[in-house]
Design a protein around this ligand. Structure first.
Ligand code: UD1
Ligand code: UDP
Length: 456
């Protein structure tokens, strides 16, 4: 059983929380006040000021002037601007922060990336700590949308993103995943007439009451460039007849984990289970959430459950009791999460990211849902869907694990492929991408290696 307090083992992580900034200062862009990402907007009792304030826009304008202005010392020529396009990347919730890091790194030599946080997630543990842990460049803007009713949150983020897109004039907008921030970014790009790139395109749960399903379908429909993590995702897109160009790139979450693999020390020796729960349909009814907790109570070992704030609110609000073997802890940093995942006997989750990470570690996954977007993990025998049925949960813990674990999420170089797809689409030179590209670095041949076990 691991210690509950995070104990970073990797020198890169030590004291990471004390680091004031990592790379943001080099960008020359203004960073929105950190108040935009604290919890001040929680509950919305306090109206949040627009984070695109005058200073931000002035600073963005100043940067644009430095890049494009004819009088700027060392300013870029027109040819250089074409060769190194400006792209605007949107993040908003925890998984987007975690997955953005490798793509930012791959884009850095070939594009001027403006990183925009919508502020959908704002708790220290959900946002700032994750930015530091993954060494994501500090976002240039935080739009401070906070928690709101879905339609209000979508509209507010879209409006603020439109304002920013008009000011920054990017050649493309990049969104990832399936959150409200994703769809807001997609809608803003479409209304401003800017090409849209969707990373993690083509996933489907076919469960209509999930807001994420709506977000994904709509974003894919609006995208000019669709970066599918698996061949199955490509087939989903083809069957829907999307108009954008589809590339199978692999999964940047796999890149992130692989870049840490050698340094991750397991937090235990299979003497505990790790769990996460936050899906709307698992947390929005007391009966369902109680059944999910009852599943965890069937584990013959202690269960560590880092609590998403949504789930914390639901458990507290309904006065639910966790079973005696379940330890509720605060959300942990990504790097600590990797240690906890790697040392666990099994992982029980309803998270998309955690299902993939369990697979990548070779740890049994039990998914507390009736369906999954990540069907390959089930088809290969590493993941079992149990819904909220305690008997099915207990049985899944006893199922033998397969011997093989094919590379269904790519080879750890998805981000480089995505960067190449973006610059190719924009008609730019991509010589700088050559360095570090895997052999046969073109998107098509590498994509061919991703097909094992994929499919819906
Ligand atoms: C969102 C995404 C989901 C993703 C998850 C990752 C949508 C529709 N859903 O779900 O796809 O898997 O993020 O974690 O975008 N809250 C806080 N502090 C925070 C953030 C949220 O207290 O920093 C609480 C608020 O009470 C809020 C609730 O959590 O109302 C839900 O947050 P929200 O961002 O709407 O959705 P998630 O459940 O986090
Ligand atoms: N994660 C984390 N700390 C936690 C719980 C999850 O760092 O306490 C990470 C996890 O390792 C994965 C990502 O968050 O990389 C998944 O995000 P989440 O479960 O919030 O959203 P989803 O993937 O379901 O969209």
């Amino acid at each position: 059983m691991p210690e509950l307090a995070p104990t970073p083992t990797n020198p890169r992580w030590t004291h990471v929380a004390d680091e004031p900034t990592l790379r943001g200062a080099g960008s020359g862009l203004a960073v929105s006040p950190s108040s935009a990402i604290d919890g001040a907007g929680r509950g919305l009792a306090t109206p949040r000021p627009s984070a695109i304030d005058g200073a931000d826009l002035a600073a963005s304008g100043a940067l644009r002037e430095r890049i494009t202005g004819p009088s700027a010392a060392g300013g870029h020529t027109a040819a250089e601007r074409i060769a190194r396009p400006r792209v605007l990347s949107v993040i908003g919730a925890r998984p987007e922060i975690i997955q953005a890091a490798p793509v930012c790194e791959a884009l850095a030599p070939v594009a001027e990336e403006i990183l925009v946080h919508t502020g959908q997630h704002y708790d220290e543990a959900m946002s700032e700590s994750q930015i530091l842990a993954t060494r994501l460049p500090r976002p240039h803007h935080n739009l401070g949308v906070g928690s709101r009713a879905r339609e209000v949150q979508l509209d507010l983020a879209r409006e603020r993103l439109e304002e920013l897109i008009r000011a920054e004039r990017p050649a493309a907008v990049i969104v990832r995943g399936d959150t409200n921030a994703t769809l807001s970014g997609a809608l803003a790009a479409a209304s401003c007439g800017v090409p849209l790139v969707h990373v993690e395109a083509g996933l489907r749960s076919y469960r209509k009451e999930m807001p994420e399903e709506h977000n994904r379908i709509e974003t894919d429909r609006l995208s000019q460039v669709l970066c599918a993590p698996t061949e199955g995702a490509r087939r989903n897109l083809e069957s829907e007849g999307v108009v954008g160009e589809i590339h199978v790139t692999g999964d940047p979450l796999c890149d992130t984990l692989e870049s840490w693999r050698a340094q991750v020390r397991p937090a235990g020796a299979g003497d505990y289970l790790l769990a996460t729960v936050h899906r709307n349909y698992n947390t929005d009814s007391p009966e369902r959430l109680a059944a999910v907790l009852a599943c965890l109570g069937r584990a013959p070992l202690p269960v560590l459950l880092p609590l998403h704030p949504r789930t914390r609110g639901a458990i507290d609000g309904w006065g639910l009791q966790a079973p005696a073997n379940v330890k509720l802890i605060e959300p942990v940093t990504y790097t600590r999460m990797l240690e906890l995942e790697r040392g666990a006997r099994a992982i029980a989750t309803d998270s998309g990211g955690v299902q993939r990470e369990a697979y990548l570690w070779g740890v049994r996954c039990i998914t507390l849902r009736e369906e999954t977007e990540w069907v390959d993990t089930v088809q290969t025998g590493w993941n079992t869907l149990v819904g909220c049925d305690p008997d099915a949960f207990a049985a899944a813990l006893r199922t033998p694990l397969p011997l093989e674990r094919p590379p269904i999420f790519g080879d750890g170089h998805a981000a480089q492929r995505i960067a190449q797809v973006v610059v190719d689409y924009l008609g730019c030179s991509h010589q700088a991408l050559g360095e570090g590209m895997p052999p046969g670095g073109e998107a098509a041949p590498l994509a061919a290696g991703l097909g094992v076990g994929a499919g819906t």
